[in-house]
Design a protein around this ligand. Structure first.
Ligand SMILES: *Cc1c(COP(=O)(O)O)cnc(C)c1O
Length: 408
């Protein structure tokens, strides 16, 4: 590696000291929370092994749900490798609670792209097909529009008030826990029967508190992101108040059996171990996020969140302004990956997108974005999204190689 690239990274690392200290405090706090949940539920070796068939009285499955519920300070949780993805978990959560003629109100802009067809697709078994109405309140200058939100919640009395915590693939900031608390207060005051549901993907363990700590009714996330700790091979979780988690359980399997069934022959070891490692893995991803912000700024690239602020999720959006720099960046991330380092990512017409998309994903778990990955639609202003890193050291090596490529 060139001295110049190493020097740039080393120089910027010194600017991270304060935030790294804060991130370590958060990881310590969350590690304790997770460890306490294991101890309270007396997790033993027997919980790690699997079940077959219907999975009646599968103790590993049931206890895993209890551990997640304790971590999120909720009554109950569904945690399952049988939930195929975050989108699937969000879908069963929405269908579990909404009924014909109910209104779904999204208050932080429209939900994640993969929910578009779930909400309003035509003749695909969408919520719209079943007569569920939908409205969304756009962000104004990247911020929640509290006056419009208050107005609509009061006037429309929505069944579900939905928001996505992460910035996702947008040039905006994540919604903070304080803001989620404010949404809950507005809801309780003006529409007490509404359910506050939060897409928690990418947000877990990035701070001391989760949306459920400030009153959200249901949180949903993927296990191939933060909560799987880089170990869980698939699956998702849903945590919340009993009444809602039970309704979602009936949609997850069948109205007669709910969460009484569901087996996993390979056992639950990677799910327990992944959750146990998640606080420190997320801390590595946060440190990667902070360091990359400073380093890329030094090279003249604007990114969010702003340097010097604690990220509220594990994504950094970087404006490259030109296609070559963006693809150089993605190629460097791929080349610095433990898996498929010898491949060169190429932009392609991915189904469901209006632009060519490039992805660097040299991951152990396919599609895992707690692992260091980058992706971008090829369109001005050529924004690349960088997320994850299982270890901070990996992020630092990769960043040095990114710098080398970008300055050459
Ligand atoms: C990843 C993600 C989803 C969807 O999860 P998949 O597992 O990719 O289906 C939903 N919302 C947000 C904010 C996400 O980051």
């Amino acid at each position: 590696m060139s001295n110049r690239a190493s020097e740039i990274v080393a120089k910027n690392e010194t600017k991270c000291v304060e935030l790294f200290k804060k991130i370590d405090e958060i990881a310590y706090f969350n590690q304790k929370k997770v460890l306490d949940a294991f101890r309270k539920n007396r997790i033993s070796a027997a919980h790690l092994s699997g079940s077959t068939g219907y999975g009646y009285s599968d103790m590993g499955r049931d206890a895993l749900g209890k551990v997640f519920a304790d971590v999120f300070h909720t009554d109950e949780a569904i945690v399952s490798p049988l939930i195929a993805s975050g989108t699937h978990a969000l879908t069963i959560s929405l269908f579990g609670i909404l009924r014909p003629d109910d209104l779904l109100l999204s208050v932080a802009g429209k939900p994640y792209d993969t929910l578009d067809d779930v909400i309003s697709g035509e003749n695909v078994g969408s919520l719209a097909d079943f007569g569920v109405k939908f409205q969304s309140i756009e962000l104004s200058e990247g911020k929640l529009n509290f006056s419009e939100i208050t107005d609509k919640i009061q006037k429309l009395q929505p069944k579900v008030i939905f928001l996505q915590r992460s910035q996702g693939y947008d040039w905006r900031l994540p919604v903070s826990i304080d803001e989620i608390g404010e949404i809950v207060r507005i809801t309780r005051k003006f529409s007490p029967n509404s359910v506050v549901m939060v897409d928690n993907c990418y947000g877990e363990f990035t701070g001391f508190y989760e949306p459920t700590d400030v009153g959200a009714d249901v949180v949903i996330g993927s296990l191939i992101k933060n909560c799987g700790g880089g170990i869980a091979p698939t699956g998702a979780y849903i945590a919340g108040k009993s009444k809602f988690v039970e309704q979602i359980g009936y949609r997850f399997t069948a109205s007669s059996v709910g969460t009484e069934i569901g087996s996993c022959i390979s056992g639950y070891l990677p799910y327990y171990e992944g959750l146990f490692l998640a606080p420190t893995t997320v801390a590595s991803a946060l440190k990667s996020n902070v360091l990359s912000g400073y380093v890329l700024k030094d090279l003249g690239f604007d990114s969010t969140p702003e340097c010097g602020t604690l990220p509220n999720d594990i994504i950094r959006a970087i404006k490259f302004q030109n296609e070559k720099k963006l693809t150089d960046f993605c190629e460097a991330v791929q080349a610095a990956s433990p898996i498929d380092s010898y491949l060169t990512p190429e932009a392609w017409d991915m189904p469901g997108y209006n632009h060519r998309v490039i992805m660097a994903a040299g991951t152990f778990v396919q599609g895992s974005s707690l692992e260091m990955t980058a992706d971008a639609p090829i369109k001005p202003p050529f924004i690349g999204y960088l997320q994850g890193a299982l270890t901070y050291e990996h992020a630092k090596i990769a960043l040095t190689e990114i710098v080398e490529k970008l300055i050459s």
